[in-house]
Design a protein around this ligand. Structure first.
Ligand code: ZN
Length: 446
């Protein structure tokens, strides 16, 4: 990729206020200069009007859940009734349909400013759990989808062996399972990374694996220095089941399995004890919050502030795709804590943006992304400051305005690794993403 230059009207380089007139230069997709107070755009620079921030990282995605939007938000029910609807879609997936649905979903993410996604991937096998002739054809469909949407992917291949604390997989769940943990490791080991693709591991939850399997997955990730993600304490029922089966909380059990640590992200971590908080903090384990999903599924409000106070690195994800808006996810970290505590001001605006950018990229194994700085990947997301949501504020307040009121709709331009993938609100690689979504969703919902 040749030398590229952008002139940003305003850009967030860290701190609580944006810098003006920022000239960003990149060579082969890596930032080589970020000069401030350049009054006019040089002739060879692409002008980015609005506020430019680093690429947003979506740490927790199940791409196919996008097909549930509008179908799985009934006025009653719980996480468990939602799951029944999700299983009906999972049943209809095949490699071609998954590719189409993931490509469109990642296209929606790109339009929302997401430059990297962590896909928590568990629909590995064919109907009835029969392995495909090419055992990773579903994971490869996800990698192709990300490539075609122009974003980077961390494929978190998920070990899912039990329907609950030793019970066998039932019905469509058989598509999620490998014969055992060794078979999972053999299959995951054959996934090949690429320039836009990293391979990590996931344990679905403490319900889905036994001690030996959890230890094996943790050792697999550790040997590769790869990210390890796991759903933790999303549901009160999961905590109760874990206590009954093992006499431990999910966090305590994972700690005993060697599954916590700086490359581990506990997803949700909504229902934690004080001892769980201490274990996460002491092990430098991160937590991936998914507030739009957690509110939609009535999961509860996690101890966001106590995690923050303990020094636990936080990141955010769109999970069920009820909404794909990482600005909204970051905003809700603060807003949910306000509702929980009755007080304001738990995070600064810059801290909330760091959660959605640098922290998320680090949690997905891309520590050189998520900042506009020399040496970082040239991921740039420009947000309109003249929309009906953002217009009328002073430059010095642009950051606060974006984090408190902007939405994914306000994202105008997106550059990933130096390459423009969204220009003036249009996906330049995929074209009409809404049509792609419509067709892909219909194919799996009838
Ligand atoms: Zn999830």
């Amino acid at each position: 990729m040749p030398l590229t230059t952008w002139w940003c009207e305003l850009a967030w380089l860290g701190g609580e206020a944006p810098a003006s007139g920022v000239l960003v230069e990149a060579d082969h997709g890596v930032i080589t200069a970020a000069q401030t107070n350049v009054l006019r755009a040089p002739a060879d620079a692409t002008t980015l009007r609005g506020l430019t921030i680093p690429g947003l990282a979506n740490v927790h995605s199940h791409a196919f859940h996008r097909a549930l939007r509008g179908r799985a938000q009934p006025s009653d029910g719980t996480f468990w009734t939602w799951r029944t609807g999700m299983y009906a879609v999972a049943e209809r997936l095949d490699p071609e349909r998954l590719l189409a649905l993931a490509r469109a979903t990642y296209g929606e993410m790109a339009l929302a400013g997401v430059t990297c996604v962590g896909e928590f991937h568990y629909v590995h096998h064919g109907p009835g759990g029969t392995p495909y002739a090419e055992p990773n054809v579903m994971g490869e469909a996800l990698a192709t989808a990300a490539s075609e949407a122009g974003i980077r992917l961390t494929l978190l291949d998920t070990c899912y062996l039990s329907s609950g604390f030793g019970e066998p997989l039932l019905g469509v769940q058989q598509r999620f399972g490998d014969a055992d943990a060794e078979a999972w490791a053999a299959r995951a080991s054959s996934l090949q990374p690429a320039a836009h693709l990293r391979v990590g591991a996931a344990v679905h939850s403490v319900r889905a694996v036994d001690a030996e399997a959890a230890e094996l997955v943790a050792a697999w990730a550790s040997a590769r220095e790869a990210p390890l993600h796991v759903h933790v304490s999303e549901q009160v029922a999961e905590n109760a089941g874990c206590e009954q089966a093992y006499g431990l909380t999910p966090t305590g059990w994972l700690n005993d399995r060697g599954a916590l640590g700086p490359r581990t992200t506990a997803v949700h971590a909504t229902h934690l004890t004080e001892a769980d908080l201490d274990l996460l903090a002491a092990s430098s384990t991160g937590v991936g919050l998914c507030p739009t999903t957690e509110r939609d599924l009535a999961d509860g409000i996690g101890a966001f502030g106590r995690l923050h106070a303990s020094g636990v690195p936080l990141s955010v994800g769109s999970d069920s795709q009820a909404v794909i808006d990482l600005i909204e996810e970051a905003r809700l970290v603060e807003q949910h804590e306000r509702l929980r505590t009755g007080t304001r001001g738990h995070w600064s605006t810059a801290e909330l943006l760091t959660i959605a950018t640098a922290n998320g990229h680090a949690a997905l194994g891309w520590p050189d992304a998520g900042r506009i700085a020399v040496g970082a990947r040239a991921d740039l997301v420009t947000i309109d400051l003249n929309s009906v949501r953002t217009s009328g504020v002073a430059d010095t307040d642009a950051l606060t305005t974006v984090v408190s009121a902007a939405t994914a709709t306000d994202v105008r331009d997106v550059v990933v690794g130096g390459r423009t993938i969204v220009r003036d609100g249009q996906h330049v690689l995929l074209g009409d993403v809404a049509r792609l979504l419509r067709d892909a969703v219909r194919a799996v919902t009838g």
